[in-house]
Write a protein that binds this ligand. Structure first.
Ligand code: THG
Length: 270
């Protein structure tokens, strides 16, 4: 599983506070902790305050790039903000995200044309998120075709099917699995990604539901996850799943992660 560390996000209250107080050390530590826990990419999202988004993203990116070698996942719904901060990324990472909404692909794809940058493609357009699998597959096709026009292969796209809460759509997860299957049949090299927390919205024991989501989705071929790698139970679930799927020779990674204290029950709060 490709791990996209989600913790530097202005929507999280402690991060919002650090942004307001210009607390560099707090952001620096979040980057280091996620990288040490195994994040492959570090997501940066400014969160609220659209007028300060570019400034905030640049500040976050500067700190993360000082703290760790890991590439960024630049997370913004605003393609103009992404365009503005893109030149300040030191190494190729992931743009989070484009969709089939008018103008988005046309703004982002020229930026990453001819580079190794990857991009998350949300399966939505100006009408919103289709409720059915077919609608999501059609949007994926549209985005893949647009990418192709810029010479960007499907291998560099992470399709995010935008999983709905199970409490509002009982078949949400089954639709997610079917979407994985359909888009991979069409485009064998394409990647599928997801956040882990939407599925459990409105349910008790959310962490258990999120862990089960990750486990079954990994089995079904999800390639990347936007997650908190410092969550020791979540990481344990992921690593156990990978061992079960024959992806961890002699269970060595699992044993090492346990020995190093990266996985296991939550550490008591200090
Ligand atoms: N798809 C895409 N991008 C996304 C999302 C997605 N970006 C934003 C979001 N969803 C993913 N990011 C977060 C960030 C933090 C939390 C949830 C999603 C969150 N964090 C808690 C915290 O840090 O306090 C605890 C998390 C935990 O312990 O597991 O809730 O869906 N393309």
């Amino acid at each position: 599983m490709i791990i996209i560390g989600e913790k530097i996000n202005g929507a999280i209250p402690a991060v919002k506070k650090a942004i307001q107080e210009k607390d560099e050390a707090f952001i620096f530590t979040l980057a280091v902790k996620q990288a040490e826990a195994g994040a492959d990419y570090i997501d940066v999202c400014a969160g609220t305050a659209p007028e300060a988004e570019v400034e905030t993203l640049l500040w976050l990116m500067g700190i993360v790039q000082q703290a760790v070698e890991k590439p960024l996942c630049i997370d913004s719904p605003n393609h103009r903000a992404i365009e503005a901060v893109f030149p300040h990324a030191r190494v190729p990472g992931i743009i989070n995200s484009v969709s089939a909404e008018a103008g988005k692909c046309e703004s982002i794809f020229p930026l990453i044309q001819g580079t190794p940058w990857q991009v998350i493609a949300l399966t939505c357009d100006q009408r919103g998120i289709p409720a059915d699998v077919q609608g999501r597959v059609e949007i994926t096709q549209k985005i893949v075709e647009k990418a192709d026009a810029y010479g960007i292969p499907a291998e560099r796209l992470h399709v995010d099917p935008l999983v709905m809460a199970l409490s509002t759509d009982n078949n949400s997860f089954l639709k997610f699995l079917e979407t994985i299957k359909r888009v991979k049949e069409l485009y064998p090299g394409i990647k599928v990604t997801s956040g882990l927390s939407n599925i459990s919205f409105g349910m008790p024991l959310r962490k258990t539901v999120n862990q089960s989501f990750l486990s079954v989705a990994a089995y079904a071929g999800m390639d990347s996850a936007i997650m908190d790698p410092t969550n020791r139970e979540m990481l344990a679930t992921l690593m156990a799943t990978e061992a079960l799927l024959g992806l961890d020779r002699h269970c060595r990674k699992f044993a090492n992660a346990y020995r190093k204290g990266k996985i296991g029950p939550p550490k008591p709060q200090k």
